[in-house]
Design a protein around this ligand. Structure first.
Ligand code: SF4
Length: 318
């Protein structure tokens, strides 16, 4: 493949954004939360510090290369192996991307820094902002998200409301429920009140699907999510499985391409097939090879086999 894989990955078939080119702007597991359900494992660098974690020019060069050679990208999505709003250059990167492409831009964020005016200013430049809000009680917040000690839930909720007042783009709130931790009826009632005050364009309900950071974590039932969807109202949706478009990816180096996909999140063989269009036999052959080389590992979760790259402390070459 002619694009660099250091800061971009995919496009991956996203449940919400179609074919989404991911952009990774912080080193692996640099986050201010340590969610029990995190599919990337436990947070290794828990920080509130906003700074230039990765070279902005290199990130922009990767995006520019990917846009030049990849046929279909529905969204350029700032996300990745940690919390993207910790990168102090985020707003400038979004502006720079706008200057060379019309592809829509999304940011997936845990939403915890929206109480900071400069973070709200950065995010306001995106077309779609998808913040998380799993808890509206301090107790549930600490149980599910295990935040940095200086984060305060009241500030976070107020930041979210303030952002809604200032932001004209699409705001999609994601709530992830974990069985026994944030699924009490009273908690759902409180969430509903915060949602009414926040007025997101969509509310996306999710649960633990991929292998979580803590092995004793369990998903809530699909029927329970459907009941919460009805309770929250017409803007709510249970995030459904993604159905890919019928087209081929342009990547020609299967090994590099599959490794790039696996290195950003645990994926199943089906995920790789949906994203890249390779035959199952081809994918299986490459995965076996990568596993024998010790570059990936596999793990069974909820009757599915996920492939992942063992967590590195830092991104290569940093
Ligand atoms: S799920 Fe997101 S917010 Fe939570 S620890 Fe993982 S990277 Fe951070």
């Amino acid at each position: 493949m002619s694009t660099s894989h250091k800061y971009v990955f995919g496009p991956v078939p996203s449940r919400r954004l179609g074919y989404s080119l991911g952009v990774d702007v912080v080193p692996a597991k640099t986050c201010n939360l340590n969610c029990v359900y995190c599919e990337l494992g436990r947070t290794t660098r828990q920080t509130l510090e906003r700074r230039s974690y990765v070279p902005m020019d290199a990130v922009l060069a990767d995006i520019r290369n990917a846009v030049a050679v990849i046929e279909q990208i529905d969204f350029i999505t700032f996300t990745g192996s940690g919390e993207p709003t910790l990168n102090a250059d985020l707003g400038r990167m979004i502006e720079a991307v706008r200057a060379f492409t019309k592809i829509r831009i999304a940011v997936l964020t845990n939403g915890t820094l929206l109480y900071l005016p400069d973070v709200r200013r950065d995010l306001a430049r995106a077309d779609v902002v998808i913040p998380s809000l799993d808890a509206v009680s301090e107790e549930a917040f600490r149980r599910v998200n295990r935040p940095h000690g200086r984060l305060n839930l009241a500030d976070i909720i107020e930041g979210l409301k303030q952002f809604r007042r200032e932001y004209n783009g699409q705001l999609w709130l994601e709530i992830l429920f974990v069985k026994g931790l944030n699924d009490q009826p009273e908690h759902v009632r409180q969430l509903k009140r915060v949602i009414q005050d926040t007025r997101p364009d969509r509310v996306q309900l999710n649960t633990v699907v991929r292998p979580p950071a803590e092995s004793n974590i369990e998903p809530v039932a699909q029927e329970w999510l459907e009941a919460v969807r009805r309770q929250i109202g017409e803007k709510a949706e249970v995030i459904a499985s993604f159905q890919p478009h019928d087209h081929q990816r342009i990547c020609d180096n299967k090994m590099d391409t599959i490794l790039a996909l696996v290195s950003h999140r645990p994926v199943t063989l089906q995920d790789i097939h949906d994203s890249l269009g390779y035959s199952e036999a081809n994918i299986r052959e490459v995965l076996d090879h990568l596993r024998q080389q010790g570059r990936i590992q596999e793990k069974r979760h909820l009757n599915r086999v996920y492939y992942f790259v063992p967590l590195r402390e830092e991104m290569n070459g940093e």
